[in-house]
Design a protein around this ligand. Structure first.
Ligand SMILES: CC(C)=CCC/C(C)=C/CC/C(C)=C/CC/C(C)=C/CC/C(C)=C/CC/C(C)=C/CC/C(C)=C/COP(=O)(O)OP(=O)(O)O
Ligand SMILES: O=P(O)(O)OC[C@@H](O)CO
Ligand SMILES: [Mg+2]
Length: 240
């Protein structure tokens, strides 16, 4: 079976056409004017997520502001309290490179017990996170083993794509631009998942590089430090 047929599952998924995504942190301030520019930028989706300070209140507030626009709006559920109804889709992160069970299945099982009957499964997907920046909040929170060699990263990708068949593999360098050679070598190994890349994209050039190998490019922090640079990543990814 070729890559095309194996990819069919995620291609048809609700997030299967996303090339560019802005990730907004409900714990950070953003003005109406800035939010409008992001939502009308041509990005494929606005993803709400963060690894600290995310609550029901700040999530529902930001969701309702994004909801004024037609752009897809999804939630990465990172806390039990932050599961908010009304999104177009939901991602449930699973950290693959930690030996702390609470971040692999523990919190997720608690969420399934708490929200099971309300989870819209057609629009909910697991994300296999491979966290590669040891200084990031997510790495510290989850005690991720971010200093892996290439063989270890490749084994994690095989675990996610071939054994667990997760619909998303997320190469996460949050806060730092990652190793594009590694991303390039990982890409052909991914046959059924969608490969997300995120971390340190703060200009069009970096966005275009990541877009060569990742199916979906996620742009986060630069939104809060340089809006124009953030907006420049959209055509860099979508026209590249
Ligand atoms: C009706 C209704 C309520 C609908 C919703 C139903 C629904 C979908 C419920 C979900 C139930 C469920 C299974 C919940 C599980 C929740 C949970 C706690 C899962 C664990 C997630 C996890 C592994 C978190 C660890 C941190 C992490 C990987 C977060 C992902 C996001 C991320 C990395 C953001 C980047 O963080 P940032 O703050 O930007 O980092 P920097 O500071 O470095 O920039
Ligand atoms: O914030 P940055 O570094 O752009 O990373 C984006 C995203 O991957 C964070 O989860
Ligand atoms: Mg961030």
């Amino acid at each position: 079976m070729g890559e095309q047929s194996l990819l069919a599952g995620t291609k048809g998924a609700w997030f299967g056409h996303w090339r560019h995504v802005f990730k907004l942190d409900p714990d950070k301030d953003i003005s109406d004017h800035e939010l409008e520019a992001l939502c009308l930028s041509g990005t494929d989706a606005i993803l709400l997520g963060g690894s600290s300070g995310v609550t029901f209140g700040n999530t529902i507030e930001l969701m309702s502001r994004v909801r004024r626009y037609e752009v897809d709006c999804a939630l990465e559920v990172s806390t039990l309290d932050g599961a908010v109804p009304g999104f177009d889709g939901y991602f449930i992160p699973v950290v693959l490179n930690t030996d702390k069970p609470e971040w692999i299945i523990g919190n997720q099982l608690r969420g399934l017990q708490e929200y099971g009957a309300f989870i819209p499964w057609e629009t909910t997907a697991g994300q296999g996170y491979i966290i590669l920046n040891e200084a990031s909040t997510a790495a510290r929170l989850t005690s991720a083993n971010a200093n892996m060699d290439e063989a270890q990263v490749i084994a994690h990708v095989a675990m996610a794509d071939k054994l667990l068949r997760l619909p998303v593999i997320y190469m996460e360098y949050s806060g730092r631009f990652g190793d594009m050679d590694l991303l390039k070598r990982v890409r052909p190994l991914v046959s059924q998942a969608r490969l997300f890349y995120g971390g340190g994209i703060d200009n069009a050039e970096k966005a275009a590089l990541a877009a060569r190998y990742a199916h979906t490019v996620v742009v986060g922090n630069v939104v809060y430090s340089d809006l124009e640079a953030a907006l420049s990543t959209v055509p860099a990814v979508k026209q590249g």
